[in-house]
Write a protein that binds this ligand. Structure first.
Ligand code: ACO
Length: 435
């Protein structure tokens, strides 16, 4: 890790002569960071930052976001270039290893991932233990966590080779688990992976293929799937990634950590948003109801949010949303969908929101999930699978961040503090003496 000292700031406590000089650190890009580690020791005070809006929890070399400028870089490479010119597996190599692979490195990585796509046959029986109507994210949490019960030979997190194998297994098997969660829910035979297909093709094959007839690859759709996976692969210290890191900081095995990440991703404020966008559009029903919906969103007492809008970090535009919007049009054109009422509504919603002072003043713009749901729906992916697909893509980022955490000698168990506002110390009162 290599942040550099760039200066210092002095914190003085008003009303006393106590002060602390705190080092300022700088990374390659982004704002300077005050290193507050000595603050408690020197002044006896904690810092307070609920939601961590101004807190760097770690050093990382993986992903950089400039929320004001709408910049997203994976290992320094702009997301637009990667989405246009790279492939998901190449991006996975980049995120995990720090550099783009040469031909030989790529071939070896590709082989490593494709050779791990099958699940232990006993894991197959897990699926039958779930109700058919279980949400596939619930199945994902369970089966990914259960991988630790099957792959004992790569649980030693201090062995780099075991970490490497665990990374391969997670990246390779997560699409199989995701597709099987879906197949199980619709009562179709579970489709075994095909290693002659690309990562995105194989995923679509396992989702849509049936033994009764040959599966035909549509290159436009598999390219769109590949792009969706690239766009969702990593996003620095978001809620699910921070969850993976926090779990990882305890020394928990990688399968447990990724299962924790999947759980955090499930929420509608995070990965569940793409599913929520479609639900919202369906509930609004038709464009003439949009103004009424927007006024409900603006009503402080309503708790209604415009799903797919807003982001903790992007306060200008989400660069992923731009690419997603283009991909959305490409996919609909390929599928010959000229009038997609949901897309028309989404575009009308975007137009109205972007000209409304409520959204402008709060810097609320469409995020990646505003359009991804519409593409996935057009591709025939059921709504309940949207967040699962996000989890498949983000597994690469989670694994890369987990690996970086384990390899960082300065890492300690994550253990935030609090402002305690509960009762002061008091004596226990026996039940018969309580009022
Ligand atoms: N619709 C309406 N108002 C919103 C929205 C929205 N989608 N997002 C934020 N606001 C408002 C808030 O009510 C708040 O208003 P106030 O200042 O009057 O109280 C203001 O904008 C600031 O919002 P915060 O909640 O402080 O923003 P925060 O950074 O905490 O939340 C979040 C970010 C969770 C993404 C939020 O914008 C949201 O819930 N969006 C909808 C869900 C969504 O699309 N999530 C996907 C995120 S991207 C991803 O995970 C891939």
């Amino acid at each position: 890790m290599s942040s550099k000292a760039t200066g210092s700031i002095t914190v003085t406590m008003e009303g006393s002569n106590k002060s602390a000089k705190l080092p300022l650190l700088g990374g390659t890009l982004g704002p300077q960071v005050a290193d507050i580690r000595k603050l408690y020791g020197e002044l006896g005070i904690f810092t307070y930052d609920p939601g961590y809006g101004a807190t760097a929890s770690c050093e990382s070399t993986i992903t950089y976001i400039d929320g004001d400028e709408g910049v997203l870089l994976y290992r320094g490479y702009p997301i637009e270039q990667l989405a246009e010119q790279s492939s998901f597996l190449e991006v996975a190599y980049l995120l995990l290893n720090g550099e783009l692979p040469n031909k030989a490195q790529y071939a070896e990585f590709d082989k490593g991932v494709t050779r791990h796509t099958m699940l232990h046959e006993q894991l197959r029986r897990f699926f039958e233990g779930f109700r058919r109507d279980a949400h596939p994210m619930a199945v994902m949490c369970g089966v990914v966590g259960a991988m630790a019960a099957f792959y004992h030979d790569n649980l030693d997190i201090n062995d780099p080779e075991q970490r490497r194998i665990a990374a391969f297994r997670l990246i390779a098997k997560v699409p199989t688990i995701a597709a099987w969660a879906y197949k199980y829910s619709v009562g179709q035979p579970l489709v075994y992976p095909r290693n002659d297909l690309s990562y995105a093709e194989n995923f679509l094959y396992m989702l849509n293929g049936v033994p009764a007839e040959p599966w035909v690859n549509n290159p436009i759709l598999s390219r769109a799937m590949d792009r969706i996976l690239i766009l969702h692969a990593d996003h620095e210290q978001n809620a699910s990634t921070s969850t993976v890191r926090l779990a990882g900081s305890t020394g928990a095995n990688p399968f447990a950590c990724i299962a924790a990440g999947i759980a955090a991703l499930w929420g509608p404020a995070h990965g569940g948003a793409n599913e929520a966008v479609l639900k919202m559009l369906a509930e609004i029903g038709s464009p003439e109801n949009i103004p009424q919906f927007i006024s409900e969103v603006k009503d402080k007492n309503s708790h209604t949010k415009l799903m797919g809008f807003g982001h903790r970090v992007y306060k200008n535009f989400d660069p992923r949303a731009k690419i997603m919007k283009e991909t959305c049009h490409e996919v609909l054109a390929e599928l010959g969908i000229k009038d997609e009422p949901l897309l028309d509504m989404a575009m009308e919603m975007e137009r109205i929101a972007l000209s409304d002072d409520y959204f402008i003043s709060r810097k609320l713009y469409p995020n990646v999930d505003f359009y991804s749901g519409i593409i996935l729906k057009a591709m025939g992916i059921p709504t309940s699978m949207f967040t699962v697909l996000f989890a498949v893509a983000r597994t690469v980022g989670w694994v890369s961040q987990w690996k970086e955490l384990i390899e960082d000698p300065s890492q300690r168990i994550g253990r935030p503090r609090q402002i305690y506002t509960g009762a002061p110390a008091r004596d226990f009162v026996a039940m018969d003496k309580r009022g």
